[in-house]
Design a protein around this ligand. Sequence first.
Ligand SMILES: [Mn+2]
Length: 330
Amino acid sequence: MPDEFIVKLESCNQVLLTTHEQPDADGVGSILGLAWRLRGLGKKFRLVVTPRLPGFLNFLDPEKWIEPFDADIHKNIAAWPDCWVLADASELSRLGPLKDSFLASKAAKLCIDHHLPGDDAGAFDIVILNSGASSTCELVTQTLGISMEMPLPMAQALYAGLVDDTGSFRFPCTSARAHKIAAALLERGVKPDAVHRELYNQATPAKMRIAGLAFERMQLHCNERLAVMTVSLADMESVGAIHEDLEGLVNKPMELRAVEVSAIIYEKLNSGVKVSMRSKSRVNVNAVCRSFGGGGHRLASGATLSGDIASALESVVPVTIARIEQDLGL
Ligand SMILES: [Mn+2]
């Protein structure tokens, strides 16, 4: 598939590059990596993210190519591209408000992703789906060719996604191939300390304070194998935090010796709650999130639920405990 993907991409003239809602470094790095290649070929391209590029990722887009989704500006976006790429997601629901335009578009539809396959692979003409890859940036780099020439911002964007999705080269997805690709990107001049600083040392006091509230209220279940944090909109307001400040918080309880699974449940802006889960290695949290209509990876998944935090706790905690007991043979 990689050849077919790249041949198609490079034969098109107006390419729309998109990723999942609430984009992370891997999604953003992937579309920027592809955009730099298209720029080298003199193609037209646009990058649209929903709702916007988080501030801490601005450094990845020095040319300011990324447009925040705007219902007015993008109401006819379906007609613009002759090729529409979705990177770092393969389920159409993750397109958020762009989903209807995607379905209506006559463009060739390409997908490149490393999540576990969902039900929407048939919506694309060409799919590169490899859940064995550490990150979509790894797949993009490999697909474009590890030895290709690249300008520094391109290498930096791809490196940032690789760093973030491997937990700075700590998670089980950190393969020898991931390190080889990282090495190739460093050879293009990427400064690892600068990327780390931009990605992880940008916290505001509000981010620390909302983490403090979440830790204080953390529940432990199943002999401390399950940690659950909850954050309401009122909590965020009380310390002046925004949703971006919750990024990465779910990983912190993994530092507890006994914890196998960490979950955070937080209220979304309009309605409903988001559940985000991490597993140390033995428990399949994808199975848990999938049973609530979500998805992701075996060790990192999420789901969106209607209702409030209390009802989410009531439904999610018992299912998670049952999965822990099953996967650990308790
Ligand atoms: Mn990813």
